[in-house]
Design a protein around this ligand. Structure first.
Ligand code: UT7
Length: 309
C-alpha cells in the first residue's frame, strides 16, 4: 500500500490552562506535574463545541493541500476520530461533511480512543489503495475537558482539548502499519455514557511502556527498516516518561522524537496529527522524510504506521 500526506491543519482552542491553576483547588504542584508527566499547560475548549474545533482543523488541512485548477479539490471521504463525542448520532464525520457542504463523499467515524488517528489513517490507506476514494480527510477532534473530573488530581492534569486533521491520497511511497488490541481485564481506562472518565494510571502506564516499543519494532520489521531509516518518531503524547522509556528501550535518538505534550498535554487521538501539523509549520517535517507514528490508549488499543511525507 501507499499513502501521501497532502495537507495538515489544527484548531487548538485559545484558552490555556496552566498547571498553576490546579494548585488553587488540588493537593498538587507544578513541580510534581512536570516531573511525573512533562506537561506544563493544556488547551481547553471553553466556548467551542467538538464540531467547531473539528471543522477548524478540517478546513485548514484542506486549504493546505495542493489545489487542482486553482480550487480546493473536494475530498471523496471523511473519517473522523473522537473519544469524546458530543452526539450519539449523527457521526462526527457526517457533521463535518454537512458543515463543509459536501454532498456525496462517504463519511464515517472510527473509534479507537488515543490510537484513533493511526486507525483512521489506516482505514483511509485501505480505501485509497482499493480505489474507493482519491482524497480522504482524516479529522481527530477531542474535548477531554467534558469528561474530566477536575477534583481527581491523578487524571485532570493529563488531558487537554484540540483537533487536528490531514488530507491524504494514494502515493508512490510504501505505507506499512501494525494495529492491535490488548484485553483490558482491569478496566484501566473508560468513560461510561454520561459519566466522567475513570483511569488506573499505573495500569495504563504499564500497558503503554510494554506495548509501545513492541509496536514500533513490529512495524519497522514489517517494513524491513531500522531506527536509522526513520527521520521522525511521532509518538502519542500521554506522558514524557512513557516517551522516554520507548527512547531508552529502542535506543532512539531523542532529537528524532518531537514533544508537544508540554504545551498541549494529551488531547487523545489529536496528539499525532497535531504534532505533524506543528512540525510542518515550523519546517522540521520536510518532503521525502520517513515518519513512524505510534498511538495507544483505552481499549486497550495500539497502532503504529510508517509513511513518507
Ligand atoms: O492516552 C493514555 C492516557 N493515560 C495515560 O497515559 C496515563 C498513564 N499513566 C500516567 O501517566 C501516570 O501513572 C500518572 C501521571 C497518572 C501517575 O504517575 P505515577 O508516577 O504512576 O504516580 P502514582 O499513580 O504511582 O501515584 C504516586 C502518588 C500517589 O500518592 P500516594 O498514594 O503515594 O500517597 C498519588 O495519589 O502521587 C499521587 N498523585 C499526585 N500527587 C500530586 C497522583 N496525581 C498527583 C498529582 N499531584 N497531580
Amino acid at each position: 500500500m501507499t499513502i501521501r500526506l497532502l495537507g495538515t491543519g489544527r484548531c487548538m482552542p485559545p484558552t490555556v490552562l496552566k498547571n498553576s491553576e490546579f494548585v488553587k483547588t488540588l493537593d498538587t504542584s507544578d513541580e510534581w506535574i512536570v516531573k511525573r508527566t512533562g506537561i506544563r499547560e493544556r488547551r481547553i475548549a471553553k466556548n467551542e463545541t467538538l464540531l467547531d474545533i473539528a471543522l477548524g482543523a478540517a478546513r485548514k488541512a484542506i486549504e493546505n493541500a495542493p489545489k487542482r485548477n486553482g480550487e480546493d479539490f473536494p475530498v471523496d471521504a471523511v473519517i473522523a476520530t473522537s473519544a469524546t463525542q458530543e452526539y450519539h448520532f449523527p457521526p462526527l464525520a457526517c457533521q463535518i461533511g454537512t458543515a463543509l457542504g459536501l454532498d456525496g463523499p462517504f463519511c464515517m467515524d472510527v473509534g479507537a480512543t488515543c490510537s484513533g488517528f493511526i486507525y483512521g489513517l489506516d482505514a483511509a490507506a485501505h480505501y485509497l489503495n482499493a480505489g474507493s476514494a482519491e482524497r480522504v480527510l482524516v479529522v481527530s477532534a477531542e474535548k477531554l475537558s467534558a469528561l474530566t473530573d477536575y477534583t481527581d488530581r491523578a487524571t485532570c492534569i493529563l488531558f487537554g482539548d484540540g483537533a487536528a486533521a490531514a488530507v491524504v491520497s494514494k502515493g508512490d511511497k510504501p505505507y506499512t502499519s501494525h494495529l492491535g488490541c490488548a484485553p483490558d481485564t482491569e478496566n484501566c481506562l473508560y468513560a461510561r455514557a454520561g459519566e466522567k472518565l475513570v483511569m488506573k494510571g499505573s495500569g495504563v502506564y504499564k500497558f503503554a511502556v510494554t506495548v509501545a516499543p513492541k509496536a514500533v519494532e513490529a512495524v519497522m520489521k514489517k517494513a524491513s527498516l531500522t531506527p536509522g531509516d526513520i527521520d521522525w518518531f511521532i509518538l502519542h503524547q500521554a506522558n514524557i516518561r512513557i516517551i522516554e522509556s520507548v527512547i531508552d528501550r529502542l535506543q532512539l535518538d531523542p532529537a528524532k522524537v518531537p514533544i508537544t505534550l508540554d504545551h498541549y498535554a494529551n488531547p487523545s487521538s489529536a496528539t499525532i496529527p497535531l504534532t505533524l501539523d506543528l512540525m510542518r509549520e515550523d519546517g522540521r517535517l520536510k518532503p521525502g522524510q520517513r515518519i513512524l507514528m505510534l498511538g495507544f490508549g483505552a481499549g486497550l488499543t495500539y497502532g503504529a504506521s510508517i509513511m513518507e511525507v
